[in-house]
Structures are given as structure tokens and as C-alpha cells.
Design a protein around this ligand. Structure first.
Ligand code: NAD
Ligand code: DAU
Length: 345
């Protein structure tokens, strides 16, 4: 039985990864460390096989906790734990720098101390900044790092820490960079679950700016399969872009959700833009396709239908996460902007 150490396994992508590995790799045991921040939720792990999954509540920045939790000679560390929401990083960056940079360094140190065989850093296309509208430029693994938000800057810095651990200490590392994920259990601060939740309760759908920003959407399980293949087949020290060649304007995503729920487009409200809002992300995944043999399996239409169905069937999950802290966050982020929004066709 092999053992892997996963951080952030109670979050959106981390929990999907835990489920996928437990379902598809019978010889793997998982130790899962998560601080259970506002975005971490044990309900995301409901029903997973407890005989091969050990959950530890703890902070990746806490050196003693991490050293105590990482198994000796584990097969790999998969670092999902992060502060992940761009809007929150704009209003307060400290926690992003702490968790995303310092936390990654603590994990790298633990990987060396515990002789972990491979370190997989789950990174993002946002480290490469923004692409021009309607161009045929794509992010490749050689694109320059030009992060534009505090979140993206912290993830870029984390990548440099990973690079340094390999160059200086010889740690075996792999970095994956993915675009916008969607699927079940995503916290409703992110575009798709926020729009599904608001549309379902006939609340306005707040679209930033002109709604013409482009994101490259991928179903979460396809991302998780890519991460696993990068671990299994990736070359040491390499970066692998993971993307489903699925660029869409935000407004088209939002309208697709309204159509699926049979709700009027008049629920859309164009509101004041996000400061520094990246215009376009688009990933060239050729290296993952050719070297890893990775290909996305889930088509956008099917993935969106499955995602909407999940939220409809899991109202209790939605209600639990849309209380307390979320209400305060939503008020601060949206109320004034929605009140100031101009009607528009
Ligand atoms: P998420 O916000 O849903 O989950 C993050 C998890 O990390 C939560 O369970 C949280 O409790 C945990 N966490 C936060 N700080 C921690 C700390 N100090 N110690 C331990 N645990 C902590 O995020 P997500 O969307 O699942 O993203 C997971 C990873 O994937 C992140 O590293 C993110 O940068 C990366 N990523 C996300 C996307 C996306 O579209 N969501 C795309 C590419 C890459
Ligand atoms: O590209 C990968 C990144 O995708 C990940 O690294 C991040 O962790 C993840 O949060 C995501 O970042 P984005 O900023 O692209 O995702 P978000 O869901 O916040 O926004 C998607 C687009 O929708 C973006 O152009 C902003 C816009 N938006 C978002 C919200 C929450 C709106 O128009 N209205 C909204 O209310």
C-alpha cells in the first residue's frame, strides 16, 4: 500500500482529488491535512472510504503539525491548500502570502526531512497574467510569470519556492497549472456556483465589468486526473499546463446557467469591475496531452448539467455554506456595487 499526503483535501478540488484517488487507485492510502478555513468543509468528504483516508485538522504553516503529519518516505505530497479567491486577496493579501508562500515552504522542508519521493505543487494559469482579447496567444509552460492579483503573486512565489527546493536541495518536484475549475462542492464565492445559487433563489447575478472577460473552463475531475498523471508520469522539475481548450466569455457562462435553470436573463446585473481584472486566460495543454497522455473527458455541456444538478440535489450543503461568514462577505463584496449598477440590455 502506497501513502500520499494531501493538503487542502476538504476544499473543492482537494476533495475531488481525494475521491478520485480512493475510487480509482485501490493501493493508495491518503493522509489529508486541512485547516478547515471558511472554504474547507468536512461535508465535502462525506462518504469517502475512512479505512484509506486519515483526516488531520491543521495549518500547513505550522511546522510542528506538518512534521508530525507527513508520513516517513511517503510517495508524494500534493499541495492543494491555499487561499484561492482573487477578490478576497484584493481586499486583504496577508493570509494569501502566509498560506500560499510560507505554507508551501514548510511543506517543502517537510518533504526533504521525511524523504518524500515527489512533491506536486497545484498551481494556476493566473501566475502568467492576462492574454490579449481575441488573439491567438496561449499560455504555455514557457510563458513569463506576470501575476496581476495578490493571489496570483502568492501562487507565483510558491512556484519559485518549489523551483528553489529542487535546484538547491535536489527535491523531486512537479508543478501543474490549471485554469478555471467547475463542478460539485465549489464554494459559492466563485463565478459558477455563485450564479447557480443566486439564479435558483431569483437574486441578481452580479457580472463584473462588461462580462466579456474570458476564462478557460475545465471540469474538476479532469483537472484531478491531470494532477495524478503529472505525479505518475511527469518529468522531475517540469511544469504541466492542464486545460480543456474551453474558452468562454463570462456573460455566456452566466446566460447558460440561467437558460439551464429556466430563469430570465434580466436577472443579470453588470456591476463595477474587479480591480486589475485579468482579461483572458487560455491554456495550451499540448505538453500534458503528449507527455502525460492526458485528455479531458467531460464536455462543457455535460459538466455544467452535472454541476447544476449537484447543487439542486444538495440544498443542505448550499444552505450550510451560505450562512454567517458568507453573508457578511457577500454584503461587503456586492451590496454597494449592485445598488449602483445601471440597467443594461
Ligand atoms: P478552496 O478554497 O476550495 O480550498 C482550499 C482548501 O485549503 C480549503 O479546504 C481550506 O480549508 C484549505 N486551507 C486554506 N488555508 C490552509 C492552511 N493554512 N493550512 C491548511 N489548509 C488550508 O480552493 P480550490 O479551488 O479547491 O483550489 C485548490 C488548489 O488549486 C489551490 O492551490 C488553488 O490555487 C489551485 N487552483 C484552483 C483553481 C480553481 O479554479 N479553483 C484552478 C487552478 C488551480
Ligand atoms: O484560472 C484559475 C483560477 O480560477 C484559480 O487559480 C482561482 O483559484 C480561481 O478562483 C479562479 O480565479 P478567477 O478569478 O478566474 O475565478 P472567479 O470564479 O472568481 O471569476 C471568474 C470570472 O468571473 C472572472 O473573470 C471574474 C468574473 N466574476 C466573478 C464573480 C465571483 C463575475 O463577473 N462576477 C462574480 O460575482
Amino acid at each position: 500500500m502506497g501513502v500520499i499526503f494531501v493538503t487542502g483535501g476538504a476544499g473543492f478540488i482537494g476533495s475531488a482529488f481525494v475521491r478520485l484517488v480512493l475510487d480509482e487507485r485501490s493501493g493508495i492510502e491518503i493522509v489529508d491535512l486541512d485547516a478547515l478555513t471558511y472554504a474547507g468543509n468536512l461535508e465535502n468528504l462525506a462518504g469517502v472510504d475512512g479505512s484509506r483516508h486519515t483526516f488531520i485538522k491543521g495549518d500547513i504553516c505550522d511546522r510542528d503539525t506538518v512534521m508530525g503529519a507527513v508520513p516517513e518516505e511517503a510517495d508524494a505530497i500534493f499541495n492543494f491548500a491555499a487561499e484561492s479567491h482573487v477578490d478576497r486577496s484584493i481586499y486583504s493579501a496577508d493570509e494569501f502570502l502566509r498560506t500560499n508562500i510560507l505554507g508551501t515552504q514548510v511543506l517543502l522542508d517537510a518533504a526533504r526531512a521525511k524523504k518524500v519521493k515527489r512533491f506536486v505543487q497545484v498551481s494556476t494559469d493566473e501566475v502568467m497574467g492576462s492574454l490579449p482579447d481575441d488573439s491567438d496567444e496561449y499560455f504555455t509552460e514557457d510563458s513569463a510569470l506576470k501575476p496581476n492579483s495578490p493571489y496570483a503573486a502568492s501562487k507565483a512565489a510558491a512556484e519559485f519556492c518549489v523551483r528553489a527546493a529542487r535546484k538547491t536541495h535536489g527535491l523531486d518536484t512537479v508543478v501543474t497549472r490549471c485554469g478555471n475549475n467547475y463542478g460539485p462542492r465549489q464554494f459559492p464565492e466563485k463565478l459558477i456556483p455563485l450564479m447557480i445559487a443566486n439564479a435558483a433563489s431569483d437574486e441578481p447575478l452580479p457580472v463584473y465589468g462588461d462580462g466579456m472577460n474570458v476564462r478557460d473552463w475545465i471540469y474538476v475531475d479532469d483537472h484531478c486526473r491531470g494532477i495524478w498523471l503529472a505525479y505518475e508520469r511527469g518529468r522531475s522539475g517540469e511544469i504541466y499546463n492542464i486545460g480543456a481548450r474551453n474558452e468562454m466569455h463570462n456573460i455566456d457562462v452566466v446566460r447558460a446557467i440561467l437558460d439551464a435553470l429556466n430563469k430570465p436573463h434580466s436577472l443579470v446585473k453588470f456591476i463595477e469591475d474587479r480591480p486589475g481584472h485579468d482579461r483572458r486566460y487560455a491554456i495550451d495543454p499540448t505538453r500534458s496531452e503528449t507527455e502525460l497522455g492526458w485528455n479531458p473527458k467531460v464536455k462543457w455541456e455535460d459538466g455544467l448539467t452535472a454541476t447544476i444538478r449537484w447543487y439542486q440535489e444538495n440544498q443542505a450543503w448550499v444552505e450550510h455554506v451560505r450562512t454567517g461568514e458568507y453573508r457578511e462577505y457577500y454584503k461587503g463584496m456586492y451590496d454597494a456595487r449592485l445598488a449602483a449598477s445601471e440597467p443594461r440590455s
